[in-house]
Design a protein around this ligand. Structure first.
Ligand code: DGY
Length: 326
């Protein structure tokens, strides 16, 4: 009998061609993993799962007695309950090292779009409202030579700092669990506490992984500390921000605008109040979503999966304690 693998919300299925005929892949897309009976049935036999944003918790693990590895097709792994997985010897992996430039491009792109009102003015032109010379109604704010505050100076954060400093002559402030000496040396980044960063930055860019420490990191108090001219950018996970506090800050004009690639609930509901603000730029969690990068991620996710299923240590293991040795 072939060994079963579940591919969950895994778009570039050609990457699975690396698997040989020892494995049988069952595909699931857009299902509710808590209730879908075919999925729950497949879990009973599955030795590996490869995919995006599947909540792997105690309940799921109890349905999957043969599971050895969950290979995330993302760099974030907040969907994995690592304690529960490690207890059962189930490995978790992610896909760092191949998506930083692409994600930094997207996040810097929405930052620029919010500052220069690109999406809003695109609608202005297409709606036929450009009928004379521009007035202050269409003016925006500069990005170059401003202060960019980055919260979460990991690989993606420092790739954003590179764009800001080398491309736009921005002064870089950052807040992180630990100092990032490379970013300090290469991009003249200055480490500071969170409140100082919030008070001094013209752009606050939120990039930390979602953990118990970063959940709701930015709320009412933090928005009040920001400048009224600040653009707030979120490229991390929606739950790092209290969305009601963001809505209040926008309503009260406590900040200039926002650029969001992530939301507490994805896809965001079309009636969500955040979508009513012209000064909020929204994208559908596109950070790494280019053809080139998604293919690299998919191949890496399958490489990690295959290693875990053949007794080798996966390259991007996030819970090393679960590895039983070669
Ligand atoms: C990542 O890789 O974590 C991106 O945010 C896609 O989920």
């Amino acid at each position: 009998m072939k060994r079963k693998i579940i591919a969950y919300n895994f778009v570039l299925t050609e990457a699975l061609e690396q698997l040989d005929d020892r494995f049988e892949v069952e595909y699931f897309d857009g299902i509710n993993p808590k209730t879908d009976s075919a999925f729950l049935d497949a879990l009973k036999q599955a030795e590996g799962i490869v995919g995006l944003a599947l909540p792997v918790d105690k309940e799921l693990l109890e349905h999957a007695p043969l599971l050895k590895i969950v290979s995330n097709n993302s760099t974030g792994f907040n969907n994995l309950s690592l304690d529960e997985m490690t207890k059962r010897g189930v490995m978790g992996t992610n896909t760092p090292g191949v998506l930083e430039d692409t994600t930094a491009d997207a996040i810097f792109g929405i930052l620029l779009a919010a500052a220069r009102r690109i999406a809003e003015l695109d609608h202005f032109v297409k709606a036929g409202h450009w009928t004379g010379h521009l007035t202050t109604e269409q003016y925006a704010i500069d990005v170059h030579h401003k202060t960019l505050g980055i919260i979460g100076m990991g690989r993606i954060g420092s790739t954003i700092a590179k764009r800001g400093h080398l491309g736009f002559d921005m002064k870089i402030l950052y807040h992180n669990r630990s100092r990032n000496i490379e970013a300090e040396e290469k991009y003249d980044a200055t480490y500071c506490d969170l409140d100082t960063l919030l008070k001094k930055s013209d752009f606050v860019c939120l990039m930390p992984p979602l953990t118990p420490e970063t959940e709701n990191l930015i709320g009412e108090r933090e928005f009040k500390l920001m400048k009224n001219s600040c653009v707030f950018v979120n490229g991390s996970r929606g739950k790092t921000v209290d969305e009601s506090a963001l809505i209040e800050a926008l309503r009260n004009k406590e900040i200039y605008g926002a650029a969001l690639d992530v939301y507490r609930i994805e896809p965001i509901n079309e009636n969500h109040p955040l979508l009513q603000f012209p000064n909020v730029v929204t994208t559908p969690h596109i950070g790494s979503s280019t053809f080139e990068t998604e293919l690299k991620m998919a191949n890496l996710a399958v490489e990690n999966l295959l290693a875990g299923l053949t007794g080798k240590r996966p390259k991007n293991l996030v819970n090393p304690e679960a590895f039983k040795g070669e």
